[in-house]
Unconditional design. Structure first.
Length: 627
């Protein structure tokens, strides 16, 4: 071979090698850009959730929150991206973009959910797709103009992939060795601590605390949203197995019920409404702070204000809903049990037995009916409420939905159709009714807005909230008037309660953005829902200032009024009878004990345990197995 030919061959070989190296560097840069972008999205997520206003973010606070745990952020990201190395050509680009999109969507869902509930969602919530029906407005209200930052890397990756596409289409091998390193090594890093603890009993290992206490928000902080969802899936799987109460669980439960007993003499409220119909109205997002308040000289809730004057009124009632939100309120009011710590109780355990309000009243000769404006699949209401013990369940499909506002049928058309349904029930009856129009994002049509708010307030979430509750209040007044005309009111008591807080729960940040605001608009740190019991036979008005333990106190309080022997429920109901108690405290869903100044340390500890004990009792079907 001539020297010139040899030169050409060597030149071509070197060029090919250089091109191969160049292609490898280009593919490596693409991989690294995707890797860094996903890790940064975890930091940005922390920037949103650690901000005073979760609709804005601070990268510095996000980094400060995540900086000590970035090794875990990188490890979980590498695990997912490593599979791109098993693809060749365009397949590597497609996989990287798809997995980046899925992880980004997951992080965005976490951000949106956090804005509504100040926590991150469990895998159980993400699987409850029936709840997405008609909720597009509520979901959109949880978005922010700044959320586009999560998609910025797709522009960079797309342009880069297009310019360098030849480097991916050139023939190259699947990178099995590199895949092994980027997949196995991060896993070994992640499991090192739990293996050291469980296998080698080395509790002093660095970062042991990260694995010792599962908390959703903290787990997302420690391991990134990606790592949180992996650990959450394991927790959900572990908790899905039937739970058997341990001897310690049983001892704690018995201690809770013994401590709860006050052994006070009965008073004039016992049996005051014996034999009467019970009509319960669960009002969507009704907070107590609007009761008695006026805007421009107009009462926000004039009908409820009148009722309060001639009812038993409990203004300091704390909400206790968890991931099941409104369905948790249905559960607690009817069972006096606290909701599960993970997921919706109605979805996970719709067939658990309860010593419930409908079951107990059926034992007293009552007909029971739950009349919901939602579809039965929403929060699995149909199975959940029938499982609780209602004889009859009526939902969206039984109504003529000729007027829809927001999430479903308007409260006006709902109540108009509920009255004839109640007339068909055999008396005495217990009927649960539920309003819907005051559900967020509080976009009441202009034709129903009657408060005459100034433009800024009218266009705000708070103004929409005021108008929505004013509308719902008007329909409650109409409903009571119709009950009176049909002869049902005189032999009934009406209980009214907010299922959970509204504006301060979902859109608290929007209040601070108003240029003109009253002090009473603001979140005091203890937003509560009203609990009102109206007995038309007495028209007795009395306000109880004691702190109420939320929705779980409703059942024992109503049963006392209806004259049901407390021996039938005091060893299964976690709540207390608000008409005969010296205690003033509330355990809210994050484990905080409100009030309780007259409680001993032992009492405080056992009441705080009630959240976990209720979870175990539901999963173990306590009411069924204890009989």
């Amino acid at each position: 071979m001539s020297s010139s030919n040899s030169y050409v061959v060597n030149f071509l070989k070197n060029s090919l090698k250089n091109n191969i190296k160049k292609d490898k560097v280009i593919r490596l840069i693409f991989f690294l850009v995707a890797f860094v972008s996903i890790v940064l999205k975890g930091i940005i997520f922390q920037g949103f959730v650690t901000s005073k206003d979760p609709y804005t973010f601070s990268f510095s606070t996000g980094y400060e929150s995540a900086s000590s745990f970035l090794n875990y952020y990188m490890a979980f990201t590498l695990i997912f991206l490593s599979f791109s190395l098993l693809f060749k050509g365009k397949g590597r680009i497609i996989y990287t973009l798809v997995i980046d999109f899925l992880l980004t969507l997951l992080i965005l869902i976490d951000v949106w959910y956090f804005r509504g509930f100040l926590t991150v969602p469990s895998a159980l919530i993400l699987t409850q797709t029936a709840n997405l029906d008609n909720m597009s407005g509520s979901i959109l209200s949880m978005t922010s103009n700044l959320d586009f930052i999560f998609a910025f890397d797709f522009i960079i990756l797309g342009i880069y992939a297009y310019i360098t596409r030849k480097s991916f289409t050139q023939v190259h091998k699947r990178a099995f060795k590199t895949f092994f390193c980027t997949f196995v090594l991060p896993i070994l890093f992640i499991i090192y601590v739990p293996i050291s603890i469980t296998v080698f009993n080395n509790t002093d290992v660095h970062n042991a605390y990260l694995f010792s206490n599962y908390d959703k928000s903290n787990t997302a902080k420690y391991f990134s949203p990606i790592g949180y969802h992996i650990m959450d899936c394991y927790t959900v799987y572990k908790d899905s197995k039937p739970y058997k109460l341990t001897d310690q669980d049983k001892a704690d439960i018995n201690e809770l019920f013994e401590i709860k007993k006050e052994n006070l003499p009965d008073n004039e409220y016992l049996g005051m409404a014996k034999g009467k119909n019970l009509i319960y109205i669960q009002v969507e997002s009704l907070e107590n702070f609007v009761i008695g308040k006026t805007i421009n000289g107009k009462e926000i809730t004039p009908n409820l204000n009148k009722l309060v004057q001639k009812s038993l009124y409990f203004p300091n009632t704390f909400e206790q809903v968890n991931e099941g939100t409104s369905s948790d309120a249905d559960l607690m009011v009817n069972t006096s049990m606290l909701p599960l710590r993970q997921g919706s109780t109605f979805f996970r355990y719709p067939n658990t037995n309860y010593n419930s309000l409908p079951n107990l009243l059926e034992g007293e000769g009552y007909a029971t009916s739950a009349i919901h404006p939602d579809k039965g699949s929403f929060w699995n209401y149909k199975n959940g409420l029938l499982g609780i013990g209602f004889d009859k369940f009526t939902d969206y499909y039984s109504f003529n939905v000729d007027e829809q506002i927001g999430l479903g049928i308007s409260d006006k058309r709902y109540f108009e159709q509920v009255v004839p349904m109640l007339k068909e029930l055999k008396q005495p009856f217990y009927a649960e009714t539920v309003t819907l129009t005051s559900h967020g994002p509080f976009d009441l049509p202009e034709k129903y807005r009657e408060l005459g708010l100034d433009p800024e307030l009218n266009e705000s979430k708070l103004g929409g909230y005021f108008e929505s509750l004013h509308y719902t209040d008007k329909q409650i007044g109409y409903f009571i008037d119709q009950l009176d005309k049909e002869g049902l009111l005189k032999n009934s008591i009406i209980a009214i309660m907010g299922d959970h807080t509204g504006i301060h729960k979902y859109y608290d940040d929007s209040i601070g953005q108003l240029s003109h605001k009253e002090d009473w608009y603001l979140n005091t740190g203890n937003p509560t829902v009203p609990f009102i019991i109206y007995n038309p036979s007495t028209n007795e008005g009395k306000t109880f200032d004691k702190m109420c333990n939320g929705e779980i106190d409703v059942m024992p309080t109503l049963l006392y009024l209806l004259g049901v022997d407390k021996d039938k429920y005091e060893n299964t109901a976690l709540g207390r009878n608000l008409l005969n108690t010296n205690k003033s405290f509330a355990v809210i869903t994050n484990g905080t004990l409100k009030g309780g100044e007259n409680l001993t340390d032992k009492e405080k500890d056992i009441y705080k345990k009630s959240l976990d004990l209720s979870d175990k009792m539901i999963r173990a079907n306590y009411a069924h197995n204890s009989n």
